[in-house]
Design a protein around this ligand. Structure first.
Ligand SMILES: Cc1ncc(COP(=O)(O)O)c(C=O)c1O
Length: 395
């Protein structure tokens, strides 16, 4: 078994992180000229375009478009020019730090085709902000976020025929950032690879509105204070798969992640969670856990908070919610709806929670989950350009 002594002393004693981002950007800002630039893109077109799949029958993340974006970085040379090239396997050094120490992160966003055939992104700078934050936590270099959006737009333009012609399917965008340090020391990488791949994905609407069942057990913890749960790092997800299978063994579809001795409700599977209820003071309230370090700051979560605060129809709160709060509210019939939120499904109603051997049935408002349905409509109307909004950015 590997032990700390497997790691050479020079590598085990970390260098200072101070100035790491300054190494890349001497003026200390991400807008520095030292980032890659979309204007420098080198484009090599695929000579063997693939047949596009039947978009009614897509399994998430299994089919990829003809091209990918790659951008390499070294500590000595900084960022190289961005490349768009035919989609292909990567070639990585077997000691690559992403493989050994999970020096890795990713993002998840989508491109939508509107009725006028224009392709749109939804709040892409929010994904870039989250990606930059994950990069800092992973000791990966900073980059100019606006330039990365421009590079992604160019990639989508090249593969635009892959954006489904549908008012519910979309093109999933997966920016990925790897430490490619070719040595086994546990240290900040001297090399990195940022790449973006695209995958057409089907509609969630056929199955998405069906309430999901959750397994709530404190046996596994998704994230903890001081950890990386508030960043989108692959390790958070790899470590969650085992619990997901246990949830299925208990007859549930997903895990309701709890935290702490008081069983705080944190997230649902890979979604943020919302409770629409009458709170302890008798007020109608939409609540979601606060960004206290164990919550991934979802773009959909932020959008739901901003939309509902703008409506001004009920109290909107970022607050801790425990299983005891939920059980008490259920007993007193104060729960109206509960739902998860995320890019994949927008909103996903919760129908049942298995907790301490008991099935908790989560009510929906009469005729189905009214708030979840309304949010689904408002958000998808913006994403597909049916409602004009500066949240929707044309590619
Ligand atoms: C753990 C986790 N929580 C929440 C979310 C929702 O985030 P977003 O709304 O940005 O898709 C995701 C999805 O990426 C996630 O992986």
């Amino acid at each position: 078994m590997a032990s700390a002594s497997d790691i050479p002393a020079s590598a085990a004693s970390p260098q200072s992180l101070k100035g790491f981002h300054k190494d890349v950007f001497p003026n200390g800002t991400e807008d520095s000229v030292h980032s890659f630039k979309a204007a420098d893109l080198i484009i090599e077109r695929s000579q063997t375009p693939k047949a596009r799949p039947d978009q009614t029958n897509l399994v998430f993340g299994t089919v990829f478009t003809d091209h990918m974006l790659t951008i390499e970085w070294t500590s000595t040379g900084g960022w190289e020019e961005p490349h768009i090239k035919p989609f292909d396997n990567l070639s990585l050094h077997p000691a690559c730090s992403a493989m050994h120490y999970a020096v890795q992160l990713f993002e998840g966003m989508k491109a939508y085709r509107d009725a006028d055939d224009k392709v749109r992104l939804f709040r892409p700078m929010l994904n870039m902000n989250r990606m930059a934050k994950s990069a800092q936590r992973a000791c990966l270099p900073a980059f100019d976020k606006a330039e990365l959006v421009e590079c992604i737009k160019k990639l989508i333009q090249l593969d635009q025929e892959w954006v489904p012609k549908s008012n519910s399917a979309s093109l999933y965008i997966r920016p990925t950032f790897l430490g490619t340090e070719p040595s086994l020391g546990v240290k900040k990488p001297s090399r990195a690879l940022l790449y973006v791949i695209l995958s057409p994905v089907g509609s969630y609407f056929s199955t998405g509105a069906k309430p999901v069942s959750l397994w709530a057990d404190s046996k596994y913890v998704r994230a903890w204070k001081g950890g990386t749960g508030d960043c989108k790092m692959g390790g958070n997800y790899g470590a969650s798969i085992y619990a997901q299978y246990e949830a299925v063994d208990y007859g549930c579809q997903q895990v309701l992640w709890l935290y702490g001795d008081d069983h705080q409700i944190t997230e649902v599977g890979t979604m943020n969670v919302f409770l629409f209820w009458t709170n302890e003071e008798g007020e109608e309230e939409l609540s979601t856990p606060p960004l206290d370090g164990v919550i991934l700051p979802g773009i959909t979560r932020q959008s739901i908070l901003e939309l509902t605060r703008k409506w001004g129809e009920f109290k909107v709160c970022e607050r801790h919610l425990t299983m005891a709060d939920l059980c008490c509210a259920l007993k007193e019939r104060r729960v109206k709806e509960m739902f998860g939120s995320g890019t994949a499904c927008v909103v996903s109603p919760v129908g049942r929670i298995l907790y301490q051997g008991e099935n908790l049935h989560i009510p929906c408002q009469e005729d189905g989950p009214q708030l979840a349905s309304r949010l689904m409509k408002e958000l998808t109307d913006i994403q597909y350009g049916r409602t004009p909004s500066d949240w929707s950015v044309i590619v």
